[in-house]
Design a protein around this ligand. Sequence first.
Ligand SMILES: [Fe+2]
Length: 347
Amino acid sequence: MEAQRSQPSPKVESAIPSPPWVLPPAGMGGPFLVLEHWHEIIIRPRIFHLIRCAALDFRPANRGPALRIRELVRLNPDHPGFHDPTYRERRNVIAGIALDYRTGDPVPRAHYTEEEHGVWRQISQLLEPLHQRFVCRPLVEQIKGFPLDREQVPQLVDLNSRLSAATGFRMEPVGGLVAARSFLEALGRGVFLSTQYIRHHSRPLYTPEPDIVHELIGHTATLAHPRIAAVSRAFGRAVELADDEQAERIERVYWYTLEFGLVEENGQARAFGAGLLSSAGELAQINEDPALLEWDLDAIAETPYDPTRMQPHLFVAPSFDRMLDDLEAWLLTEQWMGRGAGVAKTA
Ligand SMILES: [Fe+2]
């Protein structure tokens, strides 16, 4: 079986452009949005607005329909959809939703094709039994209480009404990867920045960047959990106050807990993090492949991660409650707290 990851692959360009979205010189074709890696490119609605202005092909003599969005998303040549013009067009169309989105508005529906619904159906059916076997019990119950449509790709706007009622969180669309700091800061406002496109149908168990499968199967039910939602907000508040070095430590802790955390249950490691919940390959291997390391948030904060590969080591909290208790305490007591971050207790 091929490597199954819902993590992103390396980069799109050998040299990382700065700023991360680039506009080619005049006459070189449309502006591009360069996707780099996991939560690392800033594609906030505000930035999208800038791109949108440049991406439109203005033809004053024929306004309206003549405004045409060119290529918004550029894929890496090793991306499964790189040679598929239909897929590339779909990525542009779906990125266009985020492009036009204004924060706080209802999220426009993405009109998925039957093929895209089929990819969703295939992965949903594969992951369900794996969740029963490898995910920690509180999250299995949480997922059961926050079910997703298994036949059709759910719409963010529909999930938002349920999320909002549960914890006040909402999902807002982004066209691709988001800078870690921006991603976490949005959590502090109760906003989860979510992609809407789905991975290429040729490799349904692999995606080189977070897609709607990761966002919804990995994150949605957990954002409806009062304690996880509160901790997510605390991450955002902490990173907002942190300097760059502190922010990096916070990002690492987020990565090894809410994305790839494990908790112990009956002597076995069970999945807690969204990256595991949405990755069939990594989920089935949690007690075999990665080195399981002792729970220590200060050590985690010093441990770099590589989002482009299967995780070689994961940290195991003694229990689901200890994971959340310790995260709350850590986020409250670190240095940035001197500048006012805090956990909003909701449960
Ligand atoms: Fe994630």
